[in-house]
Ligand binder design. Structure first.
Ligand code: SG7
Ligand code: ZN
Length: 270
């Protein structure tokens, strides 16, 4: 199957470029953020503050695609604009998460070489310029992803709503409809400071279409909540468990940092 990619030694990130040539491009994500090489760009970025709006009813369906958990959203009424996005208006398409096998790794982006326990991604598309998510995903200014680092600490109450539903999508291909509101804005830290750069999707086909906006401040989730993520399975119900490999658990679903090359990392706020 041409679309068979994963995070294993055989089909993992170092092999993606053979089936997905874009993965070998010069604008790939994630990257390591060297904080002393970041350009403060207060004038250009803070002249238009980053602004967002998400109705609590935006979260619609929780999915296990076999390599993460993903919340598909109803973009209606959602809004992201400002900062590096200038006046273009983006809508929320979905949000999902990356994590490790232990709490010492799991994020895709790193800061001064340090990984975090996880990284939440809110994926948006540019509705000012494009008609569909698919069309936007092919354009250099088509997508915007808000990234939030997860560190281990206290139980996150909004994340708890997702954690409680994950056992219903334990196997690949399973979907559960959301009945109680889950508010995406509750996953964003209370401080607005961010780093931004131009990059790509971190999974095949690795389209170079993403304006990345990474919050400097982490949010906390509990060790137990991360363990619930680690209980998701990569295979379908009824399929045989590949018991040799961590019982087919979805873990270490992160791509390692790619070269920044001649790209500029900018920052706004502290
Ligand atoms: C996750 O990250 C999924 C993908 C997503 C990919 O693997 O959420 O989405 C689907 C539909 O499964 O790919 C096109 C897309 O959004 C890459 O997104 S990311 O760069 O933010 N990590
Ligand atoms: Zn992601």
């Amino acid at each position: 199957d041409k679309n068979e990619w994963d995070y294993s030694a055989q089909n993992g990130p170092s092999t993606w470029m053979s089936k997905f040539p874009m993965a070998a491009g010069s604008r790939q994500s994630p990257v390591n953020i060297e904080t002393n090489q970041v350009e403060s760009d207060h004038e250009a970025l803070s002249s238009k503050p980053l602004r967002w709006k998400y109705p609590a009813t935006a979260s619609r369906k929780l999915v296990n695609p076999g390599y993460c958990w993903r919340m598909d959203t109803d973009g209606e009424g959602t809004f992201l604009s400002g900062g590096p996005l200038m006046d273009d208006v983006y809508k929320l398409e979905q949000y999902h998460c990356h994590w490790g096998c232990s709490d010492s790794r799991g994020s895709e982006h790193t800061v001064n070489g340090q990984a975090f326990a996880g990284e939440l991604h809110l994926v948006h598309w540019n509705t000012s310029k494009y008609n569909t998510f698919a069309e936007a995903a092919k354009a250099s200014d088509g997508l915007a992803v808000l990234g939030v680092f997860l560190k281990v600490g206290k139980t996150h109450m909004e994340m708890e709503k997702i954690a409680r539903l994950l056992p219903y999508v334990s196997h690949k291909g399973e979907v559960v409809e959301i009945r109680e509101p889950i508010d995406p804005s509750k996953f964003l830290p209370d401080d607005n400071g961010y780093w931004t750069y131009l990059g790509s999707l971190t999974t095949p086909p690795c389209n170079e279409s993403v304006t990345w906006i990474l919050f400097k401040k982490c949010i906390e989730v509990s060790h137990h909540q991360l363990n619930i993520f680690r209980n998701l399975r990569k295979f379908s119900r009824g399929e045989e468990c590949p018991c040799h490999e961590n019982h087919g658990a979805v873990i270490n679903n992160f791509r390692p940092p790619m070269p920044l090359g001649n790209r500029v990392l900018r920052e706004c706020g502290s």
